[in-house]
Design a protein. Structure first.
Length: 321
């Protein structure tokens, strides 16, 4: 297992040349070699692409970084699951542009001493932003390495003062048919709801996430605020959150409701427990596909056992899948 804190001298993604600048430079170099003139190929225009650069989201390097190579930005932002925008991997990038991410609020309710509605601008200021380079494993058998920007969910939890009855936390995604063409489909009961046990929600690994690669989240990745739980299958990390609810009973989550025999509440990455329809022993790392596709062994708890195995001590993980 390769867990480390990045040494100080290593640049974070946000310190590296803005993505569109170097992409544009490469286009210009190629075009110059081919004797083609590109529009805007002079002076300041060198630093400008056709679309405005997404807003920067500076962050200090956080803990639990992996040495695995980050998945290229293009793959992270064009190969997505976000069923509210369609079922194909390229539907979210094509359809999520219409999602309006300002104004945006997140209601925090249920078993808390200080319930309330938080504006996104206040949430962005709630705690220092960290860059966390996490491995992410989708239940479908593919994985990515993503430099997320956010802070531990625990920072929000402590501010809302959960009561003694708060045993679980529910997360609700926006459900707006006017903006989300996919919610007319009956593939899931909307809104998309996920849940964590309180100790999982308070794990220092669990992130409230606002950005990736040093920039604000693209809509298709769950703008303006999503959950990231790296030791669980990707579907536990729901996107575009509008409600966080503290409850006493284990929540019924969207995937658990739609196919309980396939998707349990815990959904920890576990190479020893197969999905009823396929093995979970290996994974395909997106962006690494070559002529011969390399399969990697999937790691217990996606490689985060040191941080989270103790949460499940004494539990039969075949039963609590
Ligand atoms: N959240 C919502 N609201 N709707 C979804 O369809 N898909 C999940 C998860 N969060 C999903 C969601 C699944 S299956 C995965 S693998 C991850 O988002 C993918 O996140 P990414 O597109 O940012 O890589």
């Amino acid at each position: 297992m390769l867990i480390r804190t990045p040494p100080r001298h290593e640049p974070t993604a946000s310190e590296i040349t803005p993505r569109r600048v170097w992409q544009r430079r490469r286009e210009l170099v190629r075009a110059a070699a081919a004797g083609i003139a590109l529009p805007g190929a002079s002076g300041l225009a060198l630093a400008q692409g056709p679309k405005p650069e997404p807003a920067k989201l500076p962050a200090k390097p956080g803990p639990f970084g992996t040495t695995d190579k980050p998945t290229p930005y293009k793959d992270v932002t064009t190969y997505n699951n976000f069923y509210e925008f369609g079922l194909d991997k390229d539907d979210p990038v094509r359809n999520a542009g219409r999602l309006k991410t300002r104004p945006w609020t997140v209601a925090v309710e249920g078993e808390v001493g200080k319930p309330g509605t938080f504006g996104i601008e206040d949430l962005l200021k709630l705690a220092p932003m960290e860059e966390r380079v996490y491995r992410m494993r989708c239940v479908e058998g593919w994985s990515m390495v993503i430099p997320w920007v956010g802070f531990p969910l625990a920072e929000l939890i402590k501010r809302v003062e959960p009561t003694g009855n708060a045993k679980f936390v529910e997360f609700h995604t926006l459900n707006d048919p006017k903006q989300m063409p996919g919610v007319s489909s009956s593939v899931l009961a909307w809104p998309y709801v996920e849940g964590l046990r309180m100790d999982e929600a308070n794990s220092p690994l669990t992130l409230l996430t606002f950005g990736l690669y040093g920039e604000v989240l693209p809509n298709q990745n769950g703008a303006p605020i999503r959950l990231v739980v790296p030791w669980k299958y990707g579907f536990k990390s729901n996107k575009s959150l509008v409600k966080i609810r503290f409850v006493e009973k284990q929540p019924i989550t969207s995937w658990n409701r739609s196919a309980p025999q396939e998707y349990g509440f815990f959904s920890n990455v576990n190479p020893n427990v197969d999905h009823p329809r396929w093995s979970q022993a290996t994974e395909r790392r997106i962006g690494e596909d070559g002529f011969i596709q390399r399969k990697r062994p999937t790691l217990m708890f996606n490689g985060y056992a040191d941080q989270v195995a103790s949460l499940y001590a004494g539990m039969d993980l075949k039963r609590f899948y």
